[in-house]
Design a protein around this ligand. Sequence first.
Ligand code: ADP
Length: 242
Amino acid sequence: MLQHPDGPLLSLRGVAKVYGEGEARVHALDGIDLDIHAGELVAITGPSGSGKSTAMSILGLLDVPTEGAYTIEGVPVHELSSDVLAVLRNTRFGFVFQQFNLLARTSALENVAMPLVYAGVGARERARRATEALAAVGLAGREDARSNQLSGGQQQRVAIARSIVNRPEILLADEPTGNLDSKMGAEIMKLIQRLNVDQGITVLMVTHDAACAAYAPRQIDFRDGRIVGDTAGKSPVAGATA
Ligand code: ADP
């Protein structure tokens, strides 16, 4: 579906999102223009309620704008059927959240392999790919560990392995270090940076934490549903050639 090889991977134009009606109307996004290129590592910052999660939901095809256009490689998302959107979401995007959302008494391997069950991948291939994903997050040898036997940082590693097991091009992470202390948070940021640089995964990450945002070559700042700062063009695009 690639239309412009040098064009943006993800593009928002005049994107607005309004929740509620009448007196209760909230402009969660108020006309956002944003281009994300393949290979970028972008931190999205801003105070609570500024629209970061809404923007991530739209970018991850979990929600739709009230106004404006979202295009993926030049293809307008609103022209795609819900079936095609579901396939795009499941094959091209990985999601990481503040909550690890792992099954507690289930092994790391089974947690990571879960998306492959839904994708209809056979058991042997599931195990192979889940083992590979666990190795990529530094958990080789911990395949049989149950989630409740792992530290918070290790649990987030398992969640990240699960998010990349489908080999997505784009990782959307919403406060991935929010439940971790600063040391574990730094380890998770180094891991995310490594996935970006070594595997060329495009990463968009929401964070409250300036120390985490500093790992990203590009930082976008939200206020009141608008982008009020964007360091794009001020530093080279990370991992663009990976
Ligand atoms: P952030 O992620 O920066 O904290 P959000 O995108 O979650 O901001 O929210 C932006 C604004 O939209 C807030 O005022 C929030 O209360 C409102 N909002 C978000 N989701 C909903 C929803 N489902 N219904 C009503 N209002 C919402």
